[in-house]
Design a protein around this ligand. Structure first.
Ligand SMILES: [Zn+2]
Length: 165
């Protein structure tokens, strides 16, 4: 199967923040508003395969992506998680980390205990908890998040010269 996180068309559509060795993508099936993905540009299937440079950049990239997602969602708190491997609920093999802004009034706050189970098994609960966004909706949200990221139109989103490694 083709890797969606190595597909330039998908990255172009979903990317709102591009720096160094990582991209931040907006989820096309957000669990909650602001649900973002931190994705290494290189196709690796585990953080064990991350290079020294990737490891050195990762924490700052997560922090900065979370700041953008929180500002977009009007939230102060967020959930950070990664499903490493199929048993853990991974849906895309290319390593990626989820950042999910949480608000006091979000739908999951009524189900604090089981929300994570529903997240990991979100394929089953998609109708209940996730929204499948249209291309138009993704495009509008990504545009707004690029603005939040404070990037100029020329420099926003995916670097035009970027090719998957
Ligand atoms: Zn990939």
């Amino acid at each position: 199967m083709e890797c969606p996180f190595c597909d330039p068309a998908i990255l172009q559509k979903q990317c709102f923040f591009d720096r160094g060795r990582f991209l931040a993508l907006y989820s096309i099936k957000p669990f909650l508003p602001g649900h973002s993905l931190v994705v290494p540009k290189r196709h690796i299937t585990s953080l064990n395969d991350a290079s020294t440079d990737e490891k050195a950049e990762l924490v700052d990239f997560i922090n900065d992506t979370a700041s953008i997602a929180l500002r977009y969602a009007g939230a102060h708190d967020y959930d950070l998680n990664m499903q490493q491997g199929e048993v853990a609920g991974r849906e895309v093999e290319h390593a990626h980390i989820h950042i999910i802004p949480r608000r006091e009034d979000d739908v999951l706050s009524r189900a604090r205990i089981d929300w994570f189970i529903k997240f990991v098994e979100r394929g089953k609960y998609r109708d209940e908890y996730s929204t499948n966004l249209t291309d138009q909706q993704v495009s509008e949200i990504v545009k707004e998040m690029k603005t939040v990221a404070g990037m100029s139109h020329n420099k926003s989103g995916l670097d035009k010269n970027y090719k998957p490694i």
